[in-house]
Design a protein around this ligand. Sequence first.
Ligand code: NAD
Ligand code: UDP
Length: 339
Amino acid sequence: MGKILLAGGAGYIGGHTAVELLEAGYDVVIVDNYSNSSPEAVRRIEEITGKSVTTYELDIKDTDKLENVFKDNDISAVIHFAGLKAVGESVAKPVMYYRNNIDTTLSLLECMSKYGVHNIIFSSSATVYGEENPVPYTEEMKRGTCTNPYGWTKVMMEQILEDASKADAELSVVLLRYFNPIGAHPSGRMGEDPQGIPNNLMPYVSQVAVGRREKLTIFGKDYDTPDGTCRRDYIHVVDLAKGHVKAVDYVFGHKGVEVFNLGTGTPYSVTEIVDTFEKVNGVPVPHVYGERRPGDLPESYANADKALRVLGWKTEKTLADMCRDSWNWQKNNPNGYNK
Ligand code: NAD
Ligand code: UDP
């Protein structure tokens, strides 16, 4: 068995996946340009696992440089995490999002084809279900209409991978549709390290709790949901990372495209997140209710049956675990990896 190339492997989900793969006995190679991460994240992966990791600092869009990674290493599968992911920024800078997210995918596919690598796992998102589909989402639903360019890049990349698979009978593609990853490694040594003001709920909650921000604004309380705030399928990042280990096992014995939701199947509201965080950690999270955020859907959650049936994977961690581990990371690393 060759190595698993983790494109964007220094990031939040890639880093946790690197740890789980190394602990399961896989050999990994990380390629990242650190546009949204830092070399310190790789150092922490090595610290947690006690293994050293071959790492390349390069832009995956640069196919010539990427080729050297395939030349120098016996790669047997790729996991493609490398992408820009801030929804609001994608509305302001659509061209940058299309360029980065699509070109990284094409660059990886070109190198895979040239070096005879037939297996790819892709970080997709629940956002591809769009506005039309009813919750809970199941994998056979048609992709819907997205509300922002970030979402459209995911839809397009799924399509590109499907087309590549149709043209190459050898190719095995696994599309993983993540729901809302939160939490951190239980060691407190790895976690989410957003640059600037966080867009996502849990990093914002943690930064309010640690005193870096004054208060959380809960976006809307007049949705048609049990408490009027939006509901999401929050999943612990370590459970999500373990889902990738199962997907790697699967991708080798398979041909064609297979899609899996990676979620818990249970939605929680914004208010439930804030209440649970305050309760399990014993810290206040000052908050106010504000306007709805444009583009937010009232509810998004998975039907997670297929991943259990086919991959033998299901989540093990509770919402309390997610809130505890997020806080443990935040309070031990108040400024993220830039100590
Ligand atoms: P992240 O930003 O922490 O990780 C992405 C990594 O890719 C970063 O380390 C970044 O430096 C790297 N990268 C980006 N463009 C690159 C390029 N051109 N060349 C080399 N490296 C590049 O994000 P994450 O939360 O770990 O997400 C990983 C993937 O999962 C992304 O594709 C994201 O869209 C997808 N996803 C994330 C979420 C979420 O809520 N975090 C939800 C659904 C899907
Ligand atoms: N949210 C909020 N305040 C914030 C950030 C997020 O109320 O400062 C809400 C947001 O409206 C959504 C939920 O928290 O209902 C999760 O948002 P996030 O951006 O983390 O993920 P999304 O599901 O939008 O991708």
